[in-house]
Design a binder for this molecule. Structure first.
Ligand code: LMR
Length: 329
């Protein structure tokens, strides 16, 4: 029943937006795990504004940042079951469900932000997103955060030998776990919301992450040694519950797709700048030590990581690797 009627029946009843509140407004609950002041946080806000504008408020997007609604361990399940309408996990977190997506985690595969944009917004990205439909998920887009760097609380991580025996936080992706095993570190699967306490309790010695995540979550308060390695990319699969999407009238579906396209363009235009600005912020902190991996050392890392490419080629998908390599080189 509409709000007017409901009000008439019982003026003490709150507006139940999920049941169709004021003017039968449709609510999209969008849950994500990072801070608002990040590429994902800001693009989610942009998307909400665009969609609310396009639909004249017929759709309202309510964003739950910082894992306040769901975390890495339960957000996918919540999406599949329609407990939340939208999430945007890092693609590495989807690789258990979709092993071919591990290709995006291959270290030193992407060289520039342009490579990332071309692959993720082109036919290859679309092919990946289409795989989601068998899980009752509408894959809307990929968004970028940026290149990952290494952070630790000990000596700077420069040479491959520096990783020996470190407990290093890894997202749940076989490729990422192999990356750290080849460095002779011990990968520890940790949900993003548990990284800070993991560092505090010394359960973790190091992690890989983007500058914007390191800055916005204050990881630099606990780990003061940052190495610019750009060894991998962190990006997001922006996904909607498919039953929910199908339940929207077709004009609103079009608005969703348009808002996503515009928000995605905005994301790729601004994500690098956000990371660069946060790096400047870190550079101003006297106790944070920032080093850059030398070209020679990077070549040693790349040589060490070769078996991961063989693993992907032989055990996951030769075709996917070939296709993505064609797009990049
Ligand atoms: C992480 O777990 O470190 C990232 O996936 C968090 C995020 O969503 O950027």
């Amino acid at each position: 029943i509409g709000y007017q009627q409901q009000f008439w029946l019982d003026s003490s009843l709150p507006i139940d937006e999920e049941q169709g509140g004021l003017n039968d407004q449709i609510v999209i609950n969008f849950s994500h795990v990072v801070a608002e002041d990040t590429p994902k946080g800001q693009t989610a806000i942009k998307f909400a504004e665009l969609l609310e504008g396009k639909t004249d408020g017929r759709i309202r997007v309510v964003i739950y940042p910082n894992g306040m609604l769901y975390n890495d361990n339960n957000e996918l399940d919540a999406l599949e079951h329609g407990d939340v309408e939208m999430i945007a996990p890092t693609f590495s977190k989807m690789t258990k469900t979709l092993p071919t997506w591990q290709v995006l985690d291959l270290p030193y595969l992407f060289h520039t932000e342009d490579d990332v944009e071309r692959v993720l917004t082109g036919p290859f990205g679309e092919q990946l997103l289409n795989q989601l439909s068998r899980f009752n998920i509408k894959g809307l887009a990929f968004w970028n955060n940026g290149f990952k760097q290494m952070l630790t609380d000990g000596d700077p991580l420069l040479k491959v030998e520096d990783f020996q025996g470190l407990k290093i936080r890894a997202m749940p992706s076989k490729v990422l776990q192999q990356q750290f095993t080849l460095l002779h570190a011990n990968p520890v699967a940790t949900s993003f919301d548990e990284v800070y306490t993991g560092l505090e309790n010394k359960e973790l010695d190091a992690q890989e992450n983007t500058i914007s995540n390191i800055y916005s979550k204050g990881f630099y308060n606990l780990q003061k040694s940052l190495t610019i390695t750009n060894h991998g990319v962190l990006g997001y699969a922006v996904m909607m519950n498919e039953d929910f999407y199908n339940s929207l009238p077709s004009d609103l579906q079009e608005d969703v797709l348009e808002a996503i396209d515009e928000a995605t363009a905005w994301n790729f235009e601004h994500s690098k700048q956000m990371n660069d600005d946060n790096l400047k912020g870190l550079e101003q902190l006297p106790d944070v030590q920032i080093e850059t991996l030398t070209k020679a050392e990077q070549q040693r890392w790349q040589k060490l990581f070769k078996p991961i490419y063989n693993y992907y080629r032989k055990q996951v998908s030769e075709t996917f690797l070939q296709e993505i390599e064609k797009e990049i080189n």
